[in-house]
Design a binder for this molecule. Structure first.
Ligand code: F6R
Length: 611
């Protein structure tokens, strides 16, 4: 969480910092701030705002802020409420610091720094870094060496940028556990939490590794490891399209990303575009050996990505015949489990920077499980660099905090994994393989047809906007789709929503149902439909109003208190990919009616890089 940008260039960097922050706002938007150095001797100007980057921009314009060296930050609050005093940059003497991550030993450091006379002006963990570096600067006059020395005292996760009032020629940055990359521009050097912030000035990026500390100047960059050994990191030409992060004609990123799903799926499935057979190599060079030798599967993920894993379990067990468990990453890493070295560990993440998922992967590897696969949307992410195998979903940048196209592309990748595992295990004959590939190739067109239901869904949204609570029901592989629908609704419309496997209703939650409780049912025409219909009768008998997403060929009849919307096609094992789309649209339109901030819902951030 939090986004940082830093720049040392032969021009005024304030517009670069502000534009970078605008691109990074998805990482947190509780406050924004920047500091720039100008003149000789340089004077430090700091601006902070509790509002969005737009307000910071207005402040910068009002005072004609300018300077060739600067750092900037957009915050997702962890320590200390969102307020101006807690907004970054934090200062100590002539130093300014921005930070993404959590300094776990900040309390002990704070006490020791107070004991030598430092006065704290914020509640953040970050302020200890500013004072710690300032303290060390008294005995180690070189800023690069000072920051390196200070890093040795820090525990936790950080991406840091530090600059000093009396030396406008450089900025020191460091990475441990939180993403950070450097940009090599024509007229200077830059650093940021992700590439989208720097595309405005360069495509040439250098990704820092955990433990790296770097100095950027107008003329160059220098990277060292924790022990001071110089290191050279590869320069990567970013493939990210600048257009991909623009809103275009859409009102919100979430809307854009929902409607991009046919293209995102087509891109993700491009590698099997003309194929008549599936190759394990889709998952990496050693995939045949790594996947083929796996005795069971363990999926680790958080949030929406965890829901994708839950759907995949139904597929992997039913189609590939391999035992599969799915764990919330933050739980797995802290429980005593029974490891099996021949387990395939599949981590799923849109960002590839989710701290809990990264830590769960490390935990699994530490328990001896080396067969690892990342399904991820960001090729340069930390996760992708830490697994033996990888599949990059090609959803393109996902900016809206609520995940949509990342989810459906994850499902497409997981279905491919299921088919490859089935084939490696002798459970996929050639004719079925051809049919399955054909069905997969049709998914983008099928999703396109579901999107055409938007007007009807928009009309339904009006009926939800005044509700306090909603229940979502599904069965089998559509139960995780109900979970995903409930998560989408709560995160962007703030309506309390719970999802249950429909058969579980009578074991407790039915007590909640009355005429004020709308119940949304995911009801594809599958083997469980008749059972689901009985569960829906139980709801109707208690006065609950039903909103049913059925398939074209389902015998679901509209009647009083039962609204039915039919999806254009009935799509067998892949129907989870289709049935999630109307739930995304419903949440989006309910949020619009309620007037919430769709792309930046309260209290959330896109990339959860803290524990
Ligand atoms: C919900 C949402 C989150 C993420 C979760 C994991 O809409 O976006 O629940 O799915 O924070 O993020 P990634 O997939 O980046 O690991």
């Amino acid at each position: 969480m939090c986004g940082i940008v830093a720049a040392v260039a032969g021009r005024n960097v304030v517009p670069v910092l502000l534009e970078g922050l605008r691109k990074l706002e998805y990482r947190g938007y509780d406050s924004a701030g920047l500091a720039v150095l100008n003149g000789c001797p340089s004077a430090l100007l700091r601006l902070r705002s509790v509002g969005r980057v737009a307000e910071l921009t207005a402040q910068a314009d009002a005072c004609s802020a300018a300077g060739g060296t600067g750092i900037a930050h957009t915050r997702w609050a962890t320590h200390g409420v969102p307020s101006e005093r807690n907004a970054h940059p934090h200062l100590s003497g002539g130093l300014a610091v921005v930070h993404n991550g959590i300094i776990e030993n900040h309390e002990a450091l704070r006490e020791s720094l107070k004991a030598v006379g430092y006065v704290f002006t914020s509640d953040t963990d970050t302020e200890v870094v500013a004072h710690l570096v300032e303290l060390k600067l008294r005995t180690i006059p070189d800023l690069f060496e000072t920051v390196r020395a200070a890093l040795g005292d820090l525990q936790g996760a950080y991406a840091l940028a530090v600059m000093r009032e009396d030396d406008a020629s450089r900025i020191i940055v460091a990475r441990e556990g939180s993403p950070l990359l450097l940009g090599m521009g024509e007229d200077g050097h830059y650093a940021a939490s992700d590439a989208s912030a720097l595309l405005q000035v360069t495509r040439r990026m250098v990704y820092l590794e955990n433990g790296d500390c770097a100095e950027i100047t107008r003329a160059g960059l220098r990277i060292v490891r924790g022990d001071g050994t110089p290191v050279v990191r590869a320069v990567v030409e970013s493939q990210l399209s600048a257009d991909a992060v623009e809103l275009g004609t859409y009102a919100h990123y979430m809307q854009k990303e929902i409607f991009e799903q046919p293209d995102a799926l087509a891109n993700t499935l491009e590698m099997v575009g003309n194929a008549r057979s599936l190759q394990p190599g889709l998952f990496g060079a050693d995939a045949e050996a790594v996947l083929g030798g796996a005795r069971q599967i363990l999926i680790l993920a958080c949030g929406t990505s965890w829901h994708a894993g839950l759907v995949a379990r139904y597929w992997l067990e039913a189609i590939a015949g391999i035992s599969c468990s799915v764990e919330i990453a933050s739980e797995y890493r802290y429980r005593d489990s029974v490891p099996d070295a021949e387990t395939l560990v599949v981590t799923i993440s849109q960002s590839g920077e989710t701290a809990d998922t990264l830590a769960a992967l490390q935990h699994a590897k530490g328990l001896g499980m080396q067969r690892t696969l990342a399904i991820c949307n960001v090729p340069e992410s930390s996760l992708v660099r830490e697994t033996a195998l990888r599949f990059i979903t090609r959803a393109g940048p996902e900016i809206g905090v609520a995940s949509t196209k990342a989810f459906t592309t994850q499902l497409a990748a997981l279905y491919l994994l299921t088919l490859v595992m089935a084939k490696l295990r002798g459970r996929l004959d050639a004719a079925t393989e051809v049919q399955e590939l054909k069905a997969l190739r049709h998914v983008p067109a099928a999703v396109q047809k579901v999107l055409a239901l938007e007007p009807e869904i928009k009309a339904w949204a009006q009926l939800f906007s005044h509700k306090q609570h909603t229940l979502f029901l599904g069965r089998g592989r559509h139960y995780p789709i109900a979970l995903e629908g409930a998560l989408k609704l709560k995160e962007i419309s703030y309506i309390h929503a719970e999802a249950y496997p429909a058969g579980e209703l009578k074991h407790g939650p039915l007590a909640l149902v009355d005429k004020e409780m709308p119940v949304i049912a995911v009801a594809p025409n599958d083997a469980l439909l008749e059972k689901l219909k009985s569960n829906l009768q139980e709801v109707r008998a208690r006065g609950g109003e039903l909103f049913v997403f059925a398939d074209a060929d389902s015998e679901m009849v509209e009647s009083e208190g039962i609204h039915v919307l039919r999806l254009p096609e009935h799509y067998g094992a892949l129907s989870a990919l289709l049935h999630v789309v109307p739930l995304q649209l419903l949440s989006y339109h309910v949020a619009l009616v309620k007037g919430t901030d769709v792309d930046k819902p309260r209290n959330l951030a896109k990339s959860v890089t803290v524990e």
